[in-house]
Design a binder for this molecule. Sequence first.
Ligand code: ATP
Ligand code: MG
Length: 416
Amino acid sequence: MIQSRLFTKTRKEAPKDEVSKNAELLIRGGFISKEMAGVYNYLPLGLRTLNKINKIIREEMDAIGGQEIHMSVLQEKGIWQKSKRWDKTIVDNWFKSKLKNGTEVGLGFTHEEPLANLMKNHISSYRDLPIFPYQIQVKFRNETRAKSGLMRGREFLMKDMYSFCKTEDEQHKFYEKAKKAYGKIFQRLGLGDITYLTFASGGSFSKFSHEFQTITPNGEDTIYIEENKRIALNKEILKEKENIEDFKEKKLVPQKAVEVGNIFNLGTKFSESQGLYYLDEKGKKQKVWMGSYGIGPGRVMGTIVEVFADKSGIVWPEAVAPFKFHIVALDAANKNVRMEAEEIYKKMLGSGIESLYDDREAPAGEKFADSDLIGIPYRIVVSEKNLADGTLEIKNRKTGEVKKVAKEKILNSLLQ
Ligand code: ATP
Ligand code: MG
């Protein structure tokens, strides 16, 4: 992508009311814009990163048998009344509205009920199970506090997978598979070392659920870490410590963290309330066992910014960076520099290597500051000085390490 054509520009300041580090940097870099508190737009750079996060999530969901769908956001009241979750004393963060004829509707904050209802069309026999549909879709929650940028939106993306199984045992086996898939996702996203499998309350469904909590000082949760086993306990169930073998008599260390994912065994609550059953081999009616598995791709993006940013700006892990290389032409008015930079850009384009080419005629200091802020992993500097000695500089955004590479070798060395 050619930077002078990118319609977003970097900004020196974020909006005054923006207090979170992730939103401040993402807005300044032109990745997102703020519509209102807790509501953000993804702009070209931001969408590239979001799509990379989603691709990793999709690949791991597909690898455990996921089938992607896309459900409606607009929800009918009746379906939710069956599980009692329409009631505002039970769920207080609904956005509700009315049709012109007065019928109440809501904007989905999760999808257990409509999916269990939908599955009545597709599940009737033991042969139809197990199945694992999932979606990456927008959710609405009227959150009280929305000051954490992408980490807590009122309109936000969620990857939500749901499992439909024949028996409790089949459900528990899939739950363990999903747990492993989640581990892989956070590893691939570059968050593996600081993300802990955390025991949390199972709500009204089961004794425990598991959260994936990423350590960050700006996290809203507190977790207690057992470092040897790389697992943790959410503060809310700390009193259970002595009842869980893994934590018994262990020294636990408190840390601030953000919940990037959450997996639940749901039992048969939602299937039964929607009237979803199947017939077993003997033709006997049986309950369907469910689980749900959430990740917030937007929250993940915000978390990545929070944990890796340095004083100069964002530092993207390679797997989710909007581009791998930032080609920065200094002295861009110089014809030779331009030709050289364009040649590298075109070669990369032809080889399928993603790069952002800063062709703007601007002072070097400004171009470097923008490049640091945007946080692309490798910066290639093309300048008169480099042209003269036949080399190019490649700077690693994360480590600051600068390598000089002979210009003829540049593509070969980049491809390694
Ligand atoms: P929290 O406790 O942080 O409010 P939750 O437990 O209500 O989250 P879930 O219902 O388990 O969240 O949602 C699944 C995933 O969706 C979460 O693990 C998180 O990554 C993401 N998520 C939840 N709420 C938000 C939000 N308001 N903004 C962005 N992502 C969110
Ligand atoms: Mg949770």
